[in-house]
Ligand binder design. Structure first.
Ligand code: NIG
Ligand code: FE
Length: 423
């Protein structure tokens, strides 16, 4: 093998593959074996894909004649797949630090929303912001996420609630996709709230008759790449029947269903998602037993968001019940002006302490299962030959330090690599 390759990461104390036989997700039993190689190496080719991963000595012999643009000597360190953040709202202007103070003083999320703040506050500022300002804000947030180890991130629109701003947000996401290395899964979330002055019926009509048809045109013309459709299915926001029509219309356009459900009230969102073949449902703090069974059966992933439950002091999502029932559990940061967190290591830490997940469960949830929730687990989420060369090099002798050191990822994360390039 004398070809030139982009990157060799050699002699790592541990290489955590997550899975090595093509699984597209891991449920509770699969997580028992995360496939950790002691003293391993990884080769990433010039196309940015993984060419080899295995025992260091085997790779040394196989690639003895090869050349590499870059070699990382990972002696004493650990290698893990890049993290996947399955739920973020990163395109917005303004912040809501004043609302954080209100919530600390006792106001609930819906108190603030009904008083015209919350999402409505952000909508006002985002409508007024220029695309270039939004792009600069988005890129600075994505860079923070990359630094914290995220290599694939879902990014939602949803602070426009009308055609022009929703498209502006999606175009900004598209632009960021072109200018940064981080992989992006883009989500249309025009049904994030009912715009001021409109009823749910009017808002639904606008989405079905105006926004989605325009999105379809732009997508067919190759001007916009959108992957998923989202709705905030909640009391006082979008009810079950409007959620159903919007998600079905998105699905008919070829979008993956991935929506907010059962967050503040039990809405039977889980059952609806399972019935519609949703790839994923987020939040689920108020999911019922029946909802859990339906999701396990339909292989609809649960994207749990520990930061939101923590900040809003909500009941913790029932991660253990879901894992026991065989649900595919994924994690997301939910980065947004309410939950200002860009760090998946912090999210995993909270998932372990507050939601009682084990560290292997949290890591699988923040890699292969989050990739599955975005329809990307054939290409991302584990260290396997032919997948994207997205990985982390951790300056620690055991991979668990990534979760254990609360807020310590800046110090412990030595390299973040996306498609074989150090970011
Ligand atoms: O996932 N719950 C709805 N949407 C977001 C919050 C968005 C916002 O408050 O700006 C969430 O937590
Ligand atoms: Fe959200």
């Amino acid at each position: 093998m004398s070809r030139n390759h982009r990157l060799l990461v050699k002699n790592a104390k541990q290489v955590v593959l997550i899975c090595n036989n093509g699984e597209k997700f891991l449920t509770k039993d699969g997580v028992q074996n995360l496939c950790v190689i002691e003293n391993g190496s990884v080769v990433i080719g010039s196309d940015g894909l993984i060419k080899a991963v295995g025992p260091a000595e085997t790779i040394r012999v196989q690639y003895a004649d090869a050349s590499f643009d870059k070699v990382i000597d990972a002696t004493g360190m650990c290698v893990l797949p890049g993290l996947v953040d399955a739920h973020t709202h990163p395109v917005w202007a303004g912040d809501r630090v004043h609302e954080f103070a209100m919530k600390l003083a006792g106001a609930t999320y819906m108190d603030v929303h009904r008083a015209g703040g919350g999402i409505h506050f952000t909508v006002e500022h985002t409508r007024a912001a220029s695309a270039s300002n939004l792009l600069a804000l988005l890129c600075s947030r994505l860079v923070r996420m990359q630094r914290a180890g995220t290599t694939l991130v879902e990014c939602k629109s949803g602070y426009g609630l009308e055609l022009q701003t929703e498209i502006k947000m999606l175009q900004v996401i598209e632009e960021a996709r072109r200018s940064l290395l981080i992989n992006i899964s883009s989500t249309y979330c025009g049904a994030h709230a009912v715009p001021k002055g409109k009823t749910v019926e009017e808002a639904t009509e606008d989405i079905l008759q105006v926004q989605l048809p325009r999105l379809k045109e732009l997508m067919s013309a190759g001007k916009l790449g959108v992957d998923n459709i989202d709705v905030f299915c909640e009391q006082g926001v979008f009810d079950l029947s409007s959620t159903r029509s919007i998600l079905q219309a998105g699905k008919d356009m070829g979008l993956n269903i991935n929506f907010h459900g059962d967050e503040l009230h039990p809405m039977n969102s889980a059952q609806l998602g399972a019935e519609l073949g949703a790839l994923a449902i987020s939040h689920l703090e108020e999911v019922t037993d029946e909802g859990i069974v339906a999701m396990a059966k339909a292989k609809t992933a649960a994207v749990l968001l520990p930061t939101t439950a923590y900040i809003l002091r909500l009941p913790q999502p029932r991660a253990r019940d879901m894992l026991d029932a065989g649900v595919i559990v994924a994690l997301g940061s939910d980065f947004n002006p309410n939950a200002y967190c860009c760090s998946m290591p912090v999210v995993m830490h909270l998932a372990c302490v507050n939601m009682r997940m084990s560290m292997p469960e949290a890591l699988a949830a923040a890699t292969i299962n989050a990739a599955f929730a975005l329809g990307r687990s054939r290409t991302h989420g584990s260290l396997e030959v032919n997948k994207h060369g997205d990985l982390l090099v951790l300056n620690a002798a055991r991979w668990e330090h990534l979760i254990y050191q609360l807020g310590g990822h800046q110090e412990v994360l030595r390299y973040v690599v996306i498609k074989g390039k150090i970011v």
